[in-house]
Design a protein around this ligand. Sequence first.
Ligand code: HEC
Ligand code: HEC
Length: 216
Amino acid sequence: MKILATLAAATVLMFASPLLRALGPQAGPADLDAHLAAIQRDPRQYDASWKLGRKVAAVCANCHGEGGNSTKPGVPNLAGQNAGYLMEQMRQFSDGRRRFEFMEGMIKAMNEDEKIGMVLFYASQPVVQQPVERRELAARGQQVYLGNCFPCHGDDGHGQATIARIAGQHPEYLVARLKRYRSPEGSRANPQMVQRARMLSESDIDAVAAYVSSMP
Ligand code: HEC
Ligand code: HEC
Protein backbone atom coordinates (compact mmCIF):
# COMPACT_ATOMS: atom_id res chain seq x y z
CA MET A 1 0.00 0.00 0.00
CA LYS A 2 2.76 2.38 0.96
CA ILE A 3 4.59 1.76 -2.32
CA LEU A 4 1.38 2.35 -4.26
CA ALA A 5 0.79 5.64 -2.50
CA THR A 6 4.37 6.74 -3.23
CA LEU A 7 4.02 5.76 -6.87
CA ALA A 8 0.74 7.62 -7.15
CA ALA A 9 2.28 10.76 -5.64
CA ALA A 10 5.27 10.55 -8.01
CA THR A 11 2.98 10.14 -11.02
CA VAL A 12 0.93 13.17 -10.04
CA LEU A 13 4.13 15.20 -9.81
CA MET A 14 5.40 13.91 -13.16
CA PHE A 15 2.20 14.89 -14.89
CA ALA A 16 1.98 18.13 -13.00
CA SER A 17 5.32 19.48 -14.25
CA PRO A 18 4.51 19.97 -17.98
CA LEU A 19 1.24 21.51 -16.84
CA LEU A 20 3.13 23.95 -14.63
CA ARG A 21 5.43 24.79 -17.50
CA ALA A 22 2.40 25.56 -19.66
CA LEU A 23 1.11 27.85 -16.92
CA GLY A 24 4.45 29.69 -17.10
CA PRO A 25 4.83 32.76 -14.90
CA GLN A 26 1.37 32.26 -13.40
CA ALA A 27 2.58 29.17 -11.51
CA GLY A 28 2.77 30.06 -7.82
CA PRO A 29 5.75 29.61 -5.50
CA ALA A 30 4.65 26.20 -4.15
CA ASP A 31 4.35 24.94 -7.73
CA LEU A 32 7.94 25.90 -8.49
CA ASP A 33 9.06 23.90 -5.43
CA ALA A 34 6.97 20.89 -6.54
CA HIS A 35 8.48 21.13 -10.01
CA LEU A 36 12.01 21.22 -8.53
CA ALA A 37 11.24 18.22 -6.29
CA ALA A 38 9.90 16.21 -9.26
CA ILE A 39 13.05 16.93 -11.29
CA GLN A 40 15.28 15.98 -8.35
CA ARG A 41 13.58 12.57 -8.24
CA ASP A 42 14.11 11.76 -11.93
CA PRO A 43 17.77 11.27 -12.99
CA ARG A 44 17.09 12.04 -16.68
CA GLN A 45 15.21 15.25 -16.00
CA TYR A 46 17.84 16.18 -13.41
CA ASP A 47 20.64 15.79 -15.94
CA ALA A 48 18.90 17.94 -18.59
CA SER A 49 17.98 20.60 -16.04
CA TRP A 50 21.52 20.68 -14.55
CA LYS A 51 22.98 21.19 -18.05
CA LEU A 52 20.59 24.08 -18.69
CA GLY A 53 21.66 25.49 -15.32
CA ARG A 54 25.31 25.30 -16.31
CA LYS A 55 24.50 27.42 -19.39
CA VAL A 56 22.65 29.97 -17.27
CA ALA A 57 25.59 30.07 -14.84
CA ALA A 58 27.93 31.18 -17.66
CA VAL A 59 25.98 34.49 -17.64
CA CYS A 60 26.38 34.81 -13.88
CA ALA A 61 30.08 33.82 -13.73
CA ASN A 62 31.24 37.38 -14.35
CA CYS A 63 30.16 38.25 -10.82
CA HIS A 64 29.51 34.96 -9.00
CA GLY A 65 32.66 33.25 -10.37
CA GLU A 66 33.24 29.90 -12.09
CA GLY A 67 31.02 27.27 -10.50
CA GLY A 68 29.66 29.90 -8.11
CA ASN A 69 32.91 30.54 -6.23
CA SER A 70 32.94 34.32 -6.34
CA THR A 71 36.24 36.17 -6.37
CA LYS A 72 34.58 39.55 -5.70
CA PRO A 73 34.24 40.31 -1.98
CA GLY A 74 30.77 41.95 -2.24
CA VAL A 75 29.31 39.16 -4.36
CA PRO A 76 28.17 35.97 -2.57
CA ASN A 77 29.35 32.46 -3.41
CA LEU A 78 26.50 30.38 -4.82
CA ALA A 79 28.56 27.14 -4.88
CA GLY A 80 27.23 24.49 -2.49
CA GLN A 81 24.28 26.69 -1.52
CA ASN A 82 21.09 24.90 -0.41
CA ALA A 83 18.51 24.48 -3.16
CA GLY A 84 15.58 25.54 -0.95
CA TYR A 85 17.41 28.69 0.12
CA LEU A 86 18.23 29.66 -3.50
CA MET A 87 14.56 29.17 -4.50
CA GLU A 88 13.43 31.32 -1.59
CA GLN A 89 15.88 34.13 -2.46
CA MET A 90 14.62 34.16 -6.06
CA ARG A 91 11.09 34.51 -4.71
CA GLN A 92 12.18 37.37 -2.44
CA PHE A 93 13.99 39.21 -5.27
CA SER A 94 10.82 38.81 -7.40
CA ASP A 95 8.27 40.00 -4.84
CA GLY A 96 10.37 42.86 -3.42
CA ARG A 97 11.09 41.43 0.04
CA ARG A 98 14.80 41.45 -0.87
CA ARG A 99 15.90 44.57 -2.70
CA PHE A 100 18.88 44.67 -5.06
CA GLU A 101 17.92 46.19 -8.37
CA PHE A 102 20.39 44.35 -10.58
CA MET A 103 19.52 40.89 -9.24
CA GLU A 104 15.77 41.66 -9.33
CA GLY A 105 16.15 42.30 -13.08
CA MET A 106 18.22 39.13 -13.65
CA ILE A 107 15.68 36.93 -11.86
CA LYS A 108 12.74 38.47 -13.79
CA ALA A 109 14.53 37.66 -17.06
CA MET A 110 14.78 33.93 -16.20
CA ASN A 111 12.03 31.43 -16.99
CA GLU A 112 11.00 28.65 -14.62
CA ASP A 113 13.20 25.95 -16.22
CA GLU A 114 16.25 28.22 -16.11
CA LYS A 115 15.65 29.03 -12.43
CA ILE A 116 15.41 25.35 -11.48
CA GLY A 117 18.46 24.42 -13.58
CA MET A 118 20.49 27.23 -12.03
CA VAL A 119 19.55 26.05 -8.51
CA LEU A 120 20.51 22.42 -9.25
CA PHE A 121 23.79 23.43 -10.88
CA TYR A 122 24.99 25.71 -8.08
CA ALA A 123 23.82 23.42 -5.26
CA SER A 124 26.03 20.66 -6.75
CA GLN A 125 29.23 22.74 -7.01
CA PRO A 126 32.12 22.30 -4.53
CA VAL A 127 33.04 25.29 -2.38
CA VAL A 128 36.60 26.59 -2.66
CA GLN A 129 37.94 27.15 0.86
CA GLN A 130 38.74 30.77 1.81
CA PRO A 131 42.25 31.52 3.09
CA VAL A 132 42.16 31.51 6.91
CA GLU A 133 43.30 34.92 8.04
CA ARG A 134 42.87 36.75 11.33
CA ARG A 135 42.97 33.59 13.49
CA GLU A 136 42.46 35.40 16.82
CA LEU A 137 39.40 37.21 15.55
CA ALA A 138 38.05 33.92 14.15
CA ALA A 139 38.56 32.21 17.54
CA ARG A 140 36.42 34.90 19.20
CA GLY A 141 33.92 34.56 16.37
CA GLN A 142 33.58 30.86 17.13
CA GLN A 143 32.20 31.78 20.58
CA VAL A 144 29.67 34.16 18.98
CA TYR A 145 28.72 31.43 16.51
CA LEU A 146 28.25 28.75 19.16
CA GLY A 147 26.17 31.12 21.28
CA ASN A 148 23.88 32.47 18.55
CA CYS A 149 24.00 30.78 15.18
CA PHE A 150 24.48 27.01 15.30
CA PRO A 151 20.87 25.98 16.12
CA CYS A 152 19.80 27.09 12.64
CA HIS A 153 22.94 27.16 10.50
CA GLY A 154 24.30 23.90 12.00
CA ASP A 155 27.63 22.98 13.61
CA ASP A 156 29.21 23.04 10.16
CA GLY A 157 27.56 26.25 8.87
CA HIS A 158 25.95 24.36 6.00
CA GLY A 159 22.40 25.39 6.93
CA GLN A 160 19.42 23.36 5.71
CA ALA A 161 16.38 23.78 3.43
CA THR A 162 15.67 27.54 3.31
CA ILE A 163 18.41 28.37 5.85
CA ALA A 164 21.52 29.60 4.04
CA ARG A 165 24.84 27.80 3.91
CA ILE A 166 27.21 30.44 5.30
CA ALA A 167 30.40 28.34 5.70
CA GLY A 168 33.14 29.58 3.36
CA GLN A 169 31.22 32.74 2.39
CA HIS A 170 33.25 35.94 1.81
CA PRO A 171 33.79 37.81 5.10
CA GLU A 172 32.96 41.20 3.51
CA TYR A 173 29.65 39.85 2.20
CA LEU A 174 28.81 38.31 5.61
CA VAL A 175 29.52 41.60 7.41
CA ALA A 176 27.45 43.59 4.92
CA ARG A 177 24.52 41.11 5.10
CA LEU A 178 24.45 41.04 8.91
CA LYS A 179 24.44 44.85 8.99
CA ARG A 180 21.66 44.94 6.45
CA TYR A 181 19.47 42.61 8.53
CA ARG A 182 20.06 44.93 11.48
CA SER A 183 19.20 48.11 9.62
CA PRO A 184 15.68 49.51 9.94
CA GLU A 185 15.25 50.23 6.19
CA GLY A 186 14.25 46.55 5.80
CA SER A 187 15.69 45.77 2.37
CA ARG A 188 16.09 42.24 3.74
CA ALA A 189 13.60 41.60 6.48
CA ASN A 190 13.60 37.89 7.42
CA PRO A 191 12.31 38.17 11.03
CA GLN A 192 14.50 35.34 12.41
CA MET A 193 17.67 36.94 11.07
CA VAL A 194 16.64 40.51 11.95
CA GLN A 195 16.21 39.44 15.58
CA ARG A 196 19.58 37.59 15.71
CA ALA A 197 21.53 40.32 13.92
CA ARG A 198 20.21 43.00 16.31
CA MET A 199 21.76 41.04 19.21
CA LEU A 200 25.26 41.48 17.71
CA SER A 201 27.66 44.39 18.25
CA GLU A 202 29.89 45.68 15.41
CA SER A 203 32.84 43.72 16.82
CA ASP A 204 30.73 40.54 17.19
CA ILE A 205 29.84 40.87 13.50
CA ASP A 206 33.50 41.19 12.42
CA ALA A 207 34.46 38.21 14.60
CA VAL A 208 31.65 35.88 13.56
CA ALA A 209 32.24 36.72 9.88
CA ALA A 210 35.96 35.84 10.25
CA TYR A 211 35.02 32.49 11.81
CA VAL A 212 32.20 31.57 9.42
CA SER A 213 34.24 32.39 6.31
CA SER A 214 37.03 30.08 7.55
CA MET A 215 34.65 27.09 7.92
CA PRO A 216 35.06 24.41 5.21
C1 HEC B 1 26.79 42.37 -11.93
C2 HEC B 1 27.08 41.32 -11.00
C3 HEC B 1 26.09 40.15 -10.87
C4 HEC B 1 25.66 39.31 -11.88
C5 HEC B 1 26.01 39.29 -13.35
C6 HEC B 1 24.79 38.34 -11.20
N1 HEC B 1 24.71 38.61 -9.85
FE1 HEC B 1 23.66 37.54 -8.45
N2 HEC B 1 24.25 38.84 -7.00
C7 HEC B 1 25.09 39.93 -7.19
C8 HEC B 1 25.24 40.63 -5.91
C9 HEC B 1 26.09 41.86 -5.67
C10 HEC B 1 24.45 39.93 -4.95
C11 HEC B 1 24.21 40.29 -3.50
C12 HEC B 1 22.94 41.11 -3.49
C13 HEC B 1 22.51 41.58 -2.13
O1 HEC B 1 23.34 42.16 -1.46
O2 HEC B 1 21.37 41.37 -1.76
C14 HEC B 1 23.84 38.80 -5.69
C15 HEC B 1 23.02 37.87 -5.09
C16 HEC B 1 22.53 36.73 -5.71
C17 HEC B 1 21.79 35.67 -5.05
C18 HEC B 1 21.50 35.55 -3.56
C19 HEC B 1 22.66 34.78 -2.91
C20 HEC B 1 22.63 34.68 -1.41
O3 HEC B 1 23.60 34.13 -0.85
O4 HEC B 1 21.68 35.11 -0.79
C21 HEC B 1 21.44 34.75 -6.02
C22 HEC B 1 20.66 33.47 -5.83
C23 HEC B 1 21.99 35.24 -7.28
N3 HEC B 1 22.65 36.44 -7.05
C24 HEC B 1 21.85 34.59 -8.49
C25 HEC B 1 22.37 35.06 -9.70
C26 HEC B 1 22.18 34.40 -10.97
C27 HEC B 1 21.42 33.11 -11.16
C28 HEC B 1 22.81 35.16 -11.92
C29 HEC B 1 22.91 34.91 -13.43
C30 HEC B 1 21.67 34.67 -14.10
C31 HEC B 1 23.40 36.30 -11.23
N4 HEC B 1 23.12 36.21 -9.90
C32 HEC B 1 24.14 37.30 -11.85
C33 HEC B 1 25.71 40.29 -8.37
C34 HEC B 1 25.50 39.71 -9.61
C1 HEC C 1 16.40 31.05 14.15
C2 HEC C 1 17.22 30.57 13.05
C3 HEC C 1 18.48 31.34 12.72
C4 HEC C 1 19.51 31.72 13.59
C5 HEC C 1 19.63 31.44 15.07
C6 HEC C 1 20.48 32.40 12.75
N1 HEC C 1 20.08 32.42 11.44
FE1 HEC C 1 21.10 33.24 9.87
N2 HEC C 1 19.57 32.76 8.61
C7 HEC C 1 18.40 32.11 8.98
C8 HEC C 1 17.50 32.08 7.85
C9 HEC C 1 16.11 31.48 7.84
C10 HEC C 1 18.17 32.74 6.77
C11 HEC C 1 17.63 33.07 5.39
C12 HEC C 1 16.99 34.44 5.59
C13 HEC C 1 16.45 35.15 4.37
O1 HEC C 1 15.78 34.53 3.57
O2 HEC C 1 16.74 36.37 4.27
C14 HEC C 1 19.46 33.16 7.30
C15 HEC C 1 20.41 33.89 6.56
C16 HEC C 1 21.63 34.28 7.03
C17 HEC C 1 22.62 35.00 6.25
C18 HEC C 1 22.48 35.44 4.81
C19 HEC C 1 23.17 34.45 3.91
C20 HEC C 1 23.32 34.92 2.46
O3 HEC C 1 23.86 34.13 1.67
O4 HEC C 1 22.94 36.04 2.14
C21 HEC C 1 23.69 35.19 7.06
C22 HEC C 1 24.99 35.90 6.70
C23 HEC C 1 23.38 34.61 8.34
N3 HEC C 1 22.12 34.06 8.31
C24 HEC C 1 24.24 34.59 9.43
C25 HEC C 1 23.86 34.21 10.73
C26 HEC C 1 24.71 34.38 11.89
C27 HEC C 1 26.13 34.92 11.85
C28 HEC C 1 23.97 33.96 12.97
C29 HEC C 1 24.36 34.00 14.42
C30 HEC C 1 24.73 35.32 14.92
C31 HEC C 1 22.67 33.49 12.46
N4 HEC C 1 22.65 33.67 11.09
C32 HEC C 1 21.66 32.96 13.24
C33 HEC C 1 18.13 31.58 10.23
C34 HEC C 1 18.87 31.79 11.38
